[in-house]
Design a protein around this ligand. Structure first.
Ligand code: NAD
Length: 419
């Protein structure tokens, strides 16, 4: 199949483990192994110098049994059909783990957004939206930000979709600015959710407490990594090292996160931050720390990296940071508490769901309501996965996947196979 790449096979292997643990109906398993539908589009863009360039865009629906498909749009040079389909599958199970009435989707364009001007990015986004306009919608598929996209990208998608329909449709995307129907707390939701699940893990771990002196390392300093750094340092943790696409910084005494954020904003990256030494991704992943949060690319923890990890908690802010080989090492080691992506970073889609609910009911909640509901959802999801782990006698990733797979399977069986 066209999407059958190593990336897609990684998600398939995690599904396989969950299916085995659950003794899943083979027909349901077979159907879940493939995305339901997918679009590949050419996105021609007039560049600022007058030339025209082609970009390739994707949008994939993995499964919409439980509700409209939901998932981010990624702008990155690694985007291909396999990666998008793989991430769409993870979205199906992530939405189910946190109990949302949504299915799984993902989209992306193979592009390095840092090489484009704002005007070029706007034209790219609007043309991509036009190409997928019949594939998305508040009742069918609701995109959101992911790597390389942000609330400005979502505004352009919402505006283009609304212009084509002839009326404002805020519910077509989430992660928008509050001024066009975005939700309070959405920008911080994923990082906040990562911190909540770490707090829940600490409760069930013997001899582990979060507070003064708890050490943290983070890969990626964007929406997820930056907010996770902020939240964890607010809890008293010491962030020892951070990397981003420009480089890495390390200070054994702890980084000043506020100063680092201001620096990153001004310099479009953290490289050269004065109060720290340089560090590579490889060194970062081998650093002794209590908590490691991968919050950038997928596939960064293979077997070698997994062997070298010296953390007590691995909280997966990124989607798919562990390869199946890396995951195997972690299961064999059994000395690292793994908070898998479908659980740890589900705070983003949870508040995206709240945003969609607010948009379609045209009634908005307070920040307090949103954060308190998010906390309730994340705590419940952690407890359910933790309980299932004991019942199935398996690792946390398999338990989290099994929790999601079981809910999707129940829904598929209740609906039956048409015709
Ligand atoms: P972002 O674009 O805001 O930030 C990505 C960060 O990763 C940037 O700091 C970038 O410099 C860094 N990065 C890129 N390549 C790197 C490399 N080779 N080494 C180190 N750092 C590198 O993206 P984001 O929204 O924070 O997403 C990060 C991850 O979290 C992705 O895997 C995404 O799928 C996942 N995620 C995001 C959300 C969300 O709500 N944004 C929700 C769930 C999961």
């Amino acid at each position: 199949m066209e999407w059958d790449t190593p990336h897609y096979r990684a998600s398939l292997s995690f599904l396989e483990r969950a299916a085995h643990a659950l003794d899943l109906d083979p027909n349901v398993h077979m159907r879940l192994q493939r995305p339901e539908r997918a679009l590949i589009v050419n996105v021609p863009v007039r560049m600022d110098d007058g030339s025209v360039r082609n970009f390739t865009g994707y949008r994939v629906h993995h499964n919409d049994t439980r509700g409209p498909a939901k998932g981010g749009i990624r702008y990155h040079m690694d985007v291909d059909f396999g990666e998008v389909a793989s991430l769409a599958m993870l979205m199906t199970f992530k939405c189910a783990v946190v109990g949302l009435p949504l299915g799984g989707a993902k989209g992306g364009i193979r592009v390095d957004p840092r090489t484009m001007s704002r005007n070029e990015l706007q034209r790219l986004t609007r043309r991509y939206t036009t190409e997928i306009v019949n594939f998305i919608g508040p009742q069918t598929d609701i995109p959101a930000p992911d790597m390389g996209t942000d609330e400005q990208t979502m505004s352009w998608i919402m505006d283009t979709y609304s212009a084509i329909k002839g009326y404002a449709v805020p519910g077509v995307v989430t992660g928008k600015p509050v001024s066009v129907g975005g939700s309070l707390g959405r920008a911080e939701a994923t990082g906040r959710g990562v911190a909540y699940t770490i707090m829940e893990a600490a409760k069930v771990m013997p001899d582990f407490e979060i507070g003064e002196g708890t050490t943290v390392t983070i890969q990626g300093f964007g929406n997820v990594g930056g907010v996770a750094a902020k939240k964890l340092s607010k809890l008293g943790c010491k962030v020892l090292a951070v990397t981003d696409v420009t480089g890495g910084v390390h200070n054994p005494k702890g980084l000043d996160i506020k100063a680092l954020m201001a620096y990153a904003k001004e310099h479009r990256g953290i490289k050269g931050f004065p109060e720290a030494d340089a560090i590579t991704n490889e060194e970062l992943m081998a650093l002794k720390t209590d908590i490691f949060v991968p919050a950038a690319l997928g596939g960064v923890i293979g077997s070698k990296e997994a062997q070298n990890l010296k953390c007590k908690i691995l909280a997966e802010g990124a989607n798919g940071p562990c390869t199946p080989d890396g995951d195997k090492v972690l299961r064999e080691r059994d000395d690292i508490f793994v908070l898998p992506d479908v659980l740890a970073n589900a705070g983003g889609v949870t508040v995206s769901y709240f945003e969609w609910v607010q948009d379609i009911s045209a009634f908005f909640w307070t920040a307090k309501e949103i954060n308190s509901r998010l906390h309730t959802v994340m705590k419940k999801a952690f407890e359910e996965v933790w309980k299932l782990k004991q019942t199935l006698k398996c690792d946390m990733r398999t338990a989290a996947m099994a929790c999601g797979v079981k809910r999707v399977s129940d829904a598929m069986k209740a609906r039956g196979l048409f015709p």
